[in-house]
Design a protein around this ligand. Structure first.
Ligand SMILES: Cc1ncc(COP(=O)(O)O)c(C=O)c1O
Length: 256
């Protein structure tokens, strides 16, 4: 039996279990590592989630597209590594993010469920007339996985540097309004403006109209009043600095 510590950004196991027990719940899509919080799931947590899904006959899909953005990389555990025969589990992923390969259709899934493999292949074939991978995509995937590890390491170093910059900038200039924990995964900063006491609509409107900056509002992921925004840091240091100045301008304007 596995237990998950109740900490920030952790799954509420009681609520998750009762949702899985509902008659109308047949599928759970798990995001690993988690977008937008950057949570990296441990093997015990994944085993517990898989067990709850199996006990309730809920199909588990693990979306692992952010798998390459984990710091340190050794901390990432793929659900693919815990699948057993006959598990109703599918792992989906692709290199669109890590290698900027979105223009080469190549995403793929890993499963031991032969029925779903055949159903997906048939559905893809009848709907899009495509049920085999393109040779260009296969070459791209192979090259990425066998020759480009260094690129991923450099990418994560750069992303980590951007996060450290954001963290010190917030401490120095915006601690009155914002709080931020450097995530262990993804290239997305999940920044809280709870401290500012401002409401979500006011902040998001001002970020666009005063700061001229587009971030993803927390309401896209949680409730309408959620007091976070998601800041994409997959960019050059200069653009991140510019973004931070725009965020500072926004909050200083709102705080007047
Ligand atoms: C968790 C997650 N899954 C899937 C996708 C979709 O990726 P793609 O660009 O391959 O459609 C995204 C893109 O933002 C994502 O964040």
């Amino acid at each position: 039996m596995f237990t998950i510590p109740r900490k920030k950004h952790f799954l509420n196991i009681e609520e998750f279990t009762s949702l899985c027990e509902r008659e109308d719940v047949t599928l759970y899509i798990h995001c690993s590592p988690h977008n937008p919080t950057g949570k990296v799931w441990t093997k015990d947590e994944l085993l517990e989630i898989k067990k709850i899904c199996a006990d309730n006959n809920v199909y588990l899909i693990s979306d692992e597209i952010h798998m390459d953005f984990v710091r340190p990389k050794e901390d990432f555990v793929s659900v693919a590594s815990i699948i057993e025969d006959n598990d109703l589990v599918l792992v989906t992923t692709g290199l669109g993010k890590s290698f900027n390969l979105a223009s080469i259709p190549h995403s793929y899934f890993i499963t031991k469920d032969r029925t779903i493999t055949s159903d997906i292949t048939t559905a893809m074939g009848s709907r899009y007339n495509v049920n085999t991978a393109s040779s260009l995509a296969l070459a791209a995937i192979e090259a990425a996985y066998t020759e480009c590890g260094e690129w991923i390491d450099q990418l994560n170093e750069h992303v980590e540097g951007n996060f450290q910059l954001i963290s010190s900038y917030i401490d120095e200039h915006l601690s009155e309004y914002l709080s931020f924990d450097v995530p262990k995964a993804t290239y997305l900063g999940w920044i809280s403006f709870e401290k500012s006491g401002l409401d979500a609509d006011t902040v998001h409107k001002a970020l666009v109209e005063v700061g001229g900056i587009a971030v993803s509002p927390g309401k896209l992921y949680l409730d309408a009043e959620n007091k976070h925004f998601r800041f994409n840091v997959a960019s050059s240091r200069t653009r991140i600095e510019d973004g931070l100045e725009r965020i500072r301008k926004t909050f200083e304007h709102l705080g007047k």
